[in-house]
Unconditional design. Sequence first.
Lengths: 491, 317
Amino acid sequence: MKKKAVSMLLAAAVTVGMFAGCGQTDGGKTADTASTDNAADSQEKDAADANAEDAADAGAENAAGGEEGKIINVYCWNTEFSERVQAIYPEVKETSADGTVTTLNDGTEIHWIINPNQDGVYQQKLDEALLNQATASADDKVDIFLSETDYVTKYTDADADVAMPLTDLGIDPETDLADQYDFTRVTASDKNGVQRGSTWQCCPGLLVYRRDIAKDVFGTDDPAEVGEKVKDWNVLKETAQELKDKGYYTFASYADTFRLYGNSISQPWVSPGETTLKIDQKIMDWITDSKEWLDAEYFNKTVKGQWNDDWNKAMGSESKVFAFLFPAWGIDFTLSPNWDGDMGAWAVTNPPQEYNWGGSYIHACTGTDNVEHVKDIILAMTASKDNLLSISQKYSDFTNTKTGMPEAAADDATFASEFLGGQNPFKYFEPVANNIQIAPLSAYDQGCVELIQSSFSDYFQGKVDFDKAKANFETAIRERYPDITEIQWPE
Amino acid sequence: MKSKQKGVRYAKWGYLFILPFFISFFIFSFIPLVDTIRYSFYEYYRSGIKEIGPTFIGMANYVSLLKSDLLKYAANTLILWIIGFIPQIVIALMLAQWFVDVRTKIRAQQFFKVVIYLPNLIMASAFAMLFFTLFSTNGPINSILMSIGLVSTPIDFMGSVAGTRSLVGFMNFLMWFGNTTIMLMAAIMGISPDIFEASELDGCTGMQRFFYITLPMIRPILAYTLITSIIGGLQMFDVPQILTNGQGTPDRTSFTLIMFLNSHLKSRNYGMAGSLSVYLFIVSGILCFFVYRMTNDTDPDGSKAAAKRQKKLNKKN
């Protein structure tokens, strides 16, 4: 009998051991399925609503009790934000060597949860976390998340209510954020005009060119003179031919010019409340122009789109590419790390068309248990003119302060960029920022932008004809967004 | 305590020990499986962060899948698989024969066995990433080709249908030929040496020995390799996904079935993805049935059938 008991015990131990092992990794997954099952059962009750209610309760409790959680979870897609927080936020004490945990002076830890933006990975992870927000334990709740202009409307949506209105945090946008550029505030607001996010950057785009190529082709690298050569599309086309004659490419790829067209569309890709995707005439113009430019070899044929190895190499000293179209973050975060030559080889000038590209919005996540900290971080990072100016100085980032940026443009001594050979880029950014008309946004933008570029890539390279590319785009869109019922092309 | 037990029954211990497997199978495989099938009849996806459904829509998902390019993607998958499988089985057969043949006396056999198996140990996605970089238009392969003067302009490997498909096939071949070789070696070693000896006495050449003895004797294992490879090929995903950035470029000609499934999962379209999975499940199920029939063959080497035939002949005579 004893023997029996012992072996029973052993068997039980084996079983328990197995599951204990699984617990860490797979336990989470079962919890997920369980919660989706519940959602399925209670069809009447919208999951998002449930989230919002619970979260609102939690928020109220926190505000009343003043209890702050010990961990602030921040969802973002690269280290841009964490670097700036570490450099600027006065409460930061130290950051762990791997950069994943930042400790504040009062002992609160900021956990950086980074997932890449490409292919919608970041949004998938974030959405998953947001759906579990109501049931997550206090330390696992998302407290702050970032969103890009391409999909900011998805998260500021009033019905979804995942990003807290700033007023609920105790921030009054009218007074506290009065110095921000107006279009950034509109972008971060829901359809009722309630602002649900705030950004430290404003992303007017410029044309960044190689000084040595400019000297070789035009005999000068002076930004004002080069600016004349690229002032609009027609002039730029003549310049492109000039560059080609000398063996240079004007831009690296057809995707480089996309933002100039795509961010000046007159109607959103999908109008609110509709399920019809309308392709703007501007997008069609981009397609025709890109094909023409690629066939004329003004672009480097071997570079297919952006954010790939070939594109990065096109920014190196071996490349024959004359210019890139970048906002401030692009110069600091993309161009500069890929450049392998001497400092001061690049310069900025006016783009052929004013445009805006990107912008990272900081949102307080509904249900956060760190309301005070979140408020403090948002204010410190996006509303303090001094902090913003020091970001501008450190990273040459064009920051979100209407009064600060003209000062920066005038102050060559402080704001000159070493990377640009002592040029003060703010002189060129500032006028563009004042003229930015933000294109009408929709929650579908990221997928549309990604898929139109990849679908027409085959067309530009002559692999498929125009109609086939259109059909491929439609197929891809319907896969990505099953709720799109109709796709309309302009006449 | 001492009842009228006839002998000790160990069966329950057996059941107890396999219980953990069945419990974990039930939780982690069976329930998701049933859920997948259930959701395939529902409209259930996410739009933005709002969940749509689940609403019961019957067979609508299945019908709309058939109307989509499902068959085209199935054909792509099959082509990619064939490109990889043919060299894989040929090379594996050759190597297995050489390794096993006592006459070739290959030294350091163990070392080679490890080396040919190694590519299988690399993660497929890492492997694809490596090839992506190697064969990119500005990559090292093009640089080498250009510097030795074989080509004047870089070859756009991943821009052409043939290029992309053969790269995918080549990678699958590299990853799996070691595995197949080892399996075939085991099969060849299982053939009784008497037969080989007898054939040699009869003056059989190496070629004859291979085609008339080895090949027929390992037929069941060959068929097993073929079918498991088809099932594996049906699920081809990571290599083409990474190599073509999830787009199956150019013109979706290297878009496989599982990539199609994955693109539905981007919008968390559990309904559509579920019904696609069910299609795949049915196809794999049929293939598994053949494997089952083969491995449970009561007459694996055909000797009984031969005896029967002989008997019939004898009777007729």
